[in-house]
Design a protein around this ligand. Structure first.
Ligand SMILES: Nc1ncnc2c1ncn2[C@@H]1O[C@H](COP(=O)(O)OP(=O)(O)OP(=O)(O)O)[C@@H](O)[C@H]1O
Ligand SMILES: [Mg+2]
Length: 361
């Protein structure tokens, strides 16, 4: 069993004189999420579609599970992989269950069985059974995308090809769908190729990230941590963006970050208190409710993100920087107050981690 589920070997695609994909060589590991990211027109969709032969390469070879796809019947190849599109690509005149049951039906599964499986898949992707007999136009964008994912999973294919599946929904729904996909993937362990424009989405979802540059050139393949830490060239550095140093802190846990003791006051005692310094106000359960400020006694100053102990240095730094007192509030898993942390302490911890990571040769 080859370790790479999909192998691109010197694959090119030309449309007339213009090169959409330029000698792409890339291994897509089995059971992982590989993200194709890059600016518009750089050949991500074309590369994806050559895997299931919706597009034929001009030259080069693509192997799936060790077999040259050009030797496999295109229609069967297509049905053997799940495919999810940006606009979900649902059939408008078919109900949700019938949409989900499409590929199993084409594979010869009985209507009853295919529909029973479709109903199970509604649960898997977090849709209520009440939606089963609706038509796509009667669903929200996020619901349509979930149906799209369910349909791609229906025949239980080992490979899922996903082309900007979450880009047409609002940021909140998108975040939900991303979390769902990660949760699903923990159980399913599919080989997923996921296309996006969005470097944050790539970093969140990808086990590996392939960055494409204009002209269909592969600029870098790396895991997310390495990509942010060591972009291969100017193009990748520009693409992964200005905040990459800050985002990179998301790869460091907060181990070794020591908490400072900070004065606290019970919410019920607040009225009687004239704080000499910033003081954390705790509710009856020991959870932070805000800050008491030395300059405006008796008021609850809110704002500032909470940092959950065990989280990342990114969240610790955000908590310090967003806090009205300049000190990040650290809580346990139940949301109870543990202590505070200063931005400088987080930066010192980041510096220790950085120094401990050997430079790439
Ligand atoms: N059928 C086609 N005929 C001619 N040119 C095409 C065809 N399909 C794609 N192209 C060109 O190939 C290049 C790569 O297109 P592709 O759709 O793969 O880009 P992409 O990275 O997916 O872009 P986007 O992020 O906008 O979806 C583009 O310049 C595009 O115009
Ligand atoms: Mg595209």
């Amino acid at each position: 069993m080859p370790e790479a589920m999909i192998e691109f070997r010197e694959v090119s695609k030309a449309y007339g004189a213009s090169i959409a994909v330029d000698r792409l060589s890339l291994d897509v590991p089995r059971g992982q999420i590989t993200v194709f990211v890059g600016p518009s027109g750089c050949g991500k969709t074309t590369s994806l579609r050559m895997v299931n032969r919706m597009v034929e390469p001009t030259s080069g070879t693509i192997l799936v599970d060790g077999r040259d796809v050009s030797t496999l019947p295109a229609a069967r190849l297509r049905r053997s992989m799940g495919y999810v599109l940006q606009a979900a690509g649902l059939m408008p005149h078919r109900t949700v269950v019938d949409n989900i049951a499409t590929v199993p039906r084409l594979n010869g599964v009985s209507r009853r069985q295919a529909r029973a499986r479709a109903h199970e898949l509604l649960d898997v992707v977090g849709l209520s059974q009440g939606l089963a007999d609706r038509y796509p136009a009667q669903l929200s964008g996020g619901q349509q995308q979930r149906v799209g994912v369910a349909r791609a999973l229906a025949a239980d294919p080992p490979i899922l090809l996903m082309d900007e599946p979450f880009s047409a929904v609002d940021p909140v729904v998108r975040q939900e769908l991303q979390r769902e996909l990660l949760r699903l993937q923990q159980d399913l362990g599919k080989t997923i190729v996921f296309v996006t424009h969005d470097i944050d989405e790539a970093v969140l979802l990808g086990d590996r990230i392939a960055v494409f540059a204009v002209g269909g050139r592969l600029a870098q393949v790396a895991d997310p941590e390495e990509l942010l830490r060591a972009p291969a060239d100017e193009f990748v550095a520009g693409f992964v963006g200005r905040d990459r140093g800050f985002r990179h802190l998301g790869f460091y846990d907060d181990g070794g970050l020591s908490l400072d003791e900070t004065p606290t006051v019970a919410l019920s005692q607040l009225g009687a208190m004239a704080p000499a310094e910033w003081t954390v106000i705790l509710d009856g359960a020991g959870r932070p409710a805000g800050w008491a400020s030395p300059v405006s006694p008796g008021t609850v100053v809110t704002g500032g993100s909470l940092h959950r102990a065990g989280g990342t240095l990114r969240s610790a730094l955000d908590s310090a920087l967003s806090s009205p007192s300049g000190r990040g509030v650290v809580v346990d898993d139940d949301g109870r107050f543990l202590g505070t942390v200063a931005a400088t302490a987080v930066l010192a911890a980041a510096e220790r981690r950085r120094a401990a990571v050997p430079e790439e040769a």
